[in-house]
Ligand binder design. Structure first.
Ligand code: NI
Length: 206
């Protein structure tokens, strides 16, 4: 995404966090004001998508390993490739990373990011990187579960049919456990060193 879009994305994140905080207090089935101690399922959950080999997959295909979910798009000029490089560098520091970890790079631009495009793209990064794309509806639902914001940059000014558009999107890495449950996130700008340290800690407890 464009650097000028980061503020917009952060604003969307704050709105999402506000909704998240509200949902903690007012979860369906709970009495108003009742404290809900479990944060399970606030981020992530069931999804369906198409991987970079063209196979239909769901959240169950990502169980058994720690998964770093990152939402972006292959045409992204700066933020996405930089973040995937950071994750690749971090995983390169973790012993036996391939046995314990995987990256799921989810396209928020499924219109252009076909499985073939995703396959070429993920080949540039850490070997355990899976590219996910799908129908616009697949991605809308999945992004919703991960509270990811995305939109075509330029909005109404975007020329209809133009294929050189940019996307605005939030840039957050979500770490999910082998059971598919949310463990923590890494905000944009977290260094490879800090991520590696965190992943080593998580893997040690596995
Ligand atoms: Ni990007």
């Amino acid at each position: 995404m464009q650097k000028s879009s980061i503020i917009l994305a952060l604003s969307a994140l704050l709105v999402a966090l506000g909704a998240l905080a509200a949902s903690l207090v007012l979860s369906p089935g709970n009495q108003p004001g009742e404290v809900v101690s479990s944060g399970d399922a606030l981020v992530g959950g069931a999804f369906e998508a198409t991987d970079h080999t063209g196979k239909r997959v769901s959240e169950e295909d990502f169980l058994g390993k720690y998964t770093l979910y990152y939402f972006g798009y292959t045409y992204c000029p700066d933020v996405c490739p930089a973040e995937l490089q950071v994750l690749s560098a971090a995983l390169g520091e973790v012993p036996d990373a391939a046995e314990k970890f995987q990256i799921a790079f989810v396209s928020i631009d499924p219109e252009r990011d076909t499985p073939d495009v995703m396959k070429d793209y993920v080949g540039n990064f850490w070997p355990g990187t899976v590219g996910l794309t799908g129908s616009a509806e697949d991605i809308r639902k999945m992004a919703g579960k991960f509270r990811v914001y995305y939109a075509k940059a330029g909005g109404e000014q975007q020329a209809a049919g133009a294929d050189d558009y940019l996307m605005d999107h939030s840039s957050i890495v979500y770490l999910m456990g082998p059971d598919g449950k949310f463990i923590r996130h890494f905000p944009f700008g977290t260094s490879a060193e800090d991520i590696a340290k965190a992943l080593k800690g998580v893997a040690k407890g596995a």
